[in-house]
Design a protein around this ligand. Structure first.
Ligand code: FES
Ligand code: FES
Length: 172
């Protein structure tokens, strides 16, 4: 099927299998490797992206369901060489270790803050409960989201590493 959609601000038209999952479309057709596949069963959140500004698990969305819509991955967050405030906050608060969960976690946090710009700690923890992290114990992640909400994350000034959506070795 021919599908037309916008990915990170760029309009695309691709011929895809009707059963192709959005995460596989992003990784294999678009070459965007930030969204990772951790489970394929809607459990881990590693594949989280924004669909029209709302966070979704892209292993649970067919590419054809995204037709005509705006998809944003972690690669699409930074602008003019500056990390997105949520990315900068993850970097500042050391909200990552191995980085496998990080792009999905950042996208879930961006979606959460779009819905609730001033969340409590409990609301952050509840809002991210669909995203698993096996490394950090979540404390620094929660701190990062609260820092981003408070506007206290330092401007990063450069795109660097996993928080900017560059792929980790794992999950490639
Ligand atoms: S790969 Fe999509 S939720 Fe785990
Ligand atoms: S930083 Fe390793 S899984 Fe979250």
């Amino acid at each position: 099927m021919q599908v037309e959609l916008t990915v990170n601000g760029q309009r695309r038209s691709d011929d895809v299998e009707p059963r192709l999952l959005l995460v596989h479309y992003l990784r294999e057709v678009c070459g965007l490797r930030a969204a990772n596949v951790g489970c394929d069963t809607t459990s881990c959140g590693a594949c989280t992206v924004l669909l029209n500004g709302t966070s979704v698990k892209s292993c649970t969305v067919l590419t054809v369901q995204a037709a005509g819509q705006q998809v944003t991955t972690a690669e699409g967050l930074a602008a003019d060489g500056e990390l997105h405030p949520v990315q900068a906050a993850f970097r500042q608060e050391h909200g990552l270790q191995c980085g496998f969960c990080t792009p999905g976690m950042v996208m879930a946090a961006v979606g959460l803050l779009a819905e609730n710009p001033d969340p409590t700690e409990a609301e952050v923890r509840e809002g991210l409960e669909g995203n698993f992290c096996r490394c950090t114990g979540y404390h620094n992640i929660v701190r990062a989201v609260l820092a981003a909400a408070a506007g206290t994350s330092a401007a990063a000034g450069e795109s660097a590493g996993i928080v900017s959506g560059e792929p980790a070795e794992v999950g490639r």
